[in-house]
Design a protein around this ligand. Structure first.
Ligand code: HAM
Length: 460
């Protein structure tokens, strides 16, 4: 038996088991999940399963089929698609050399892997327009905070083979509907990032503007000026943002075809009744987008405003060695969606405030108040009562916590004297209320004071 024990440190035998307390503490720390990696516990997994089922149902209605792709790919796939000069490729990828000496990367997003599979298996030969989705973990070495993890999950959707602006609108509607099916509303922001025809001239214009400001910009923007000038718009520094007030906007420098596409996308969104706002400062963190780019943003997630995002990426499939097919897609961050779903559920189940809380002090008074509560509820009032024999102070505290507008206080003595006390919680106003022998009559006497809340159905 002893042979199987790990050899402890000095004095381990005397420390009870094979480890001392300090060693046990230390090993407990080591056994925590990595920073930015999160367990989805049994209490949460129900939310996740429901969320995913609703999403799958929406996608099925749009004719999407699931594709499951590996978590690990050649590093080059992401460098070539997402862009060498993006934050993701420059500093966030989990890349390593495998045992064959090949540089491999845990996927930071789903699009590149889905397109790699699409090309590898010649899926364009199966059907002219392919609608694919994948769901699973992605990895980015970002600074973790609420709604931002290093391993997170995306629902990623790609519609391949159509350049129609109607498809752009439909894809945005799909993302919108996945959120709506989960009881979440977000604001849709859209922009056009132009195409390889019009973007170079715009880039030059932007560079001229930035060169004039060069000395005043933060080091990040200095760097972006030469690597990826569009990304200066994402700079968090208010100093830089003040200087970008007059920055030329891509949407004002679109070629005729991009301009027409953008107008038709907006017309289609209007036809679908999906509200949107044009955000000319929106640039995406991935380089593959052309024309339409969009984000679904909310103010309920702190700094991480985007619950979903996407755009058109015509040209990317050809760049990956496949046929020259237009395509558009989006991804929804499932941790962020789960936070929003939980917030919405908490708001939905939080009990409505009470019209009246009945404070009974003594057995007899409590019994009489129970009958009053029943009668008052029958008249449409929301009524709460304590049956735990708490003190007056504790019951008043409870009434306050439950948001009661009025409190009725009745002790056994007051009951004998036939006089209860009514107190309006907000104002502190008090007034006596005679005890009526019949609960229904007593409840009716309360009605002029505590009108039922507007959402309460009438008498039943
Ligand atoms: P993305 O904007 O990088 O786009 O990510 C899409 C969504 O994934 C974000 O809006 C956010 O909800 C979630 N997300 C991103 N990073 C994190 C993180 N560190 N922690 C938690 N959630 C995160 C893409 O990935 C594109 N592939 C989308 C796409 C598909 N475009 C075309 N097709």
């Amino acid at each position: 038996m002893n042979d199987r024990l790990p050899s402890g440190g000095p004095g381990s035998a005397r420390q009870g088991w094979w480890q001392g307390r300090n060693e046990r503490e230390a090993s407990r720390v080591e056994m925590q999940a990595l920073k930015g990696f999160k367990d989805i516990l049994p209490v949460e997994s129900g939310t996740w399963q429901a969320m995913e089922a609703r999403a799958r149902e929406v996608l099925a209605r749009h004719g999407c089929a699931e594709i499951r792709v590996p978590l690990l790919e050649k590093t080059e796939l992401f460098a070539r698609s997402i862009g060498q000069a993006t934050d993701i490729v420059e500093k966030e990828m989990y890349s390593f050399t495998d045992r064959n000496g090949e540089s491999v990367t845990l996927r930071p997003e789903g699009t590149a892997s889905v397109l790699r599979a699409f090309v590898e298996h010649g899926l364009h030969t199966v059907q002219a327009v392919q609608r694919l989705y994948t769901l699973g973990p992605m990895f980015r070495h970002e600074r973790p905070q609420k709604g931002r993890l290093r391993q997170f999950h995306q629902l990623s959707v790609e519609v391949i083979g159509s350049a129609s602006p109607y498809v752009d609108a439909e894809v945005m509607a799909m993302a919108w509907s996945v959120l709506a099916a989960n009881g979440v509303a977000a604001s849709l922001e859209i922009n056009s990032l132009g195409c390889p025809g019009c973007r170079p001239a715009y880039r030059e214009l932007l560079l001229t503007f930035l060169n004039d400001l060069a000395a005043e910009l933060c080091p990040d923007c200095q760097r972006r000026r030469s690597t990826n000038p569009l990304r200066v718009m994402d700079c968090k520094s208010s100093h830089c943002q003040e200087r970008y007030q007059g920055l030329p906007k891509m949407k004002d420098h679109l070629c005729g075809a991009c301009q027409e596409h953008f107008v038709r996308v907006q017309g289609s969104l209007q036809a679908l009744g999906i509200p949107y706002a044009v955000n000319p400062a929106m640039v995406r963190g991935l380089d593959y987008y052309v024309r339409t780019a969009f984000e679904l943003v909310t103010d309920q997630l702190g700094a991480q405003a985007a619950v979903g995002a996407g755009g058109r990426y015509d040209g990317l499939i050809a760049a990956l060695g496949g046929p020259d097919l237009p395509a558009i897609g989006f991804a929804i961050g499932l941790e962020r969606l789960a936070l929003l779903v939980e917030q919405a559920a908490a708001a939905a189940v939080s009990p409505p405030a009470l019209d009246l809380f009945l404070v009974g002090l003594g057995q007899e008074a409590t019994g009489r108040l129970m009958a009053l509560a029943h009668a008052a509820r029958g008249l449409g009032l929301r009524v709460g009562q304590d049956f735990e024999g708490r003190s007056l102070k504790a019951q008043l505290k409870l009434a306050d916590r439950l948001g009661a507008r009025w409190v009725l206080v009745l002790g056994d003595n007051e009951l004998r004297q036939g006089q209860a006390l009514m107190k309006e919680m907000a104002s502190g106003r008090q007034q006596p209320l005679p005890v009526a022998p019949a609960p229904r009559a007593w409840a009716e006497a309360l009605m002029p004071l505590c009108q039922p809340s507007s959402t309460t159905p009438g008498p039943i």
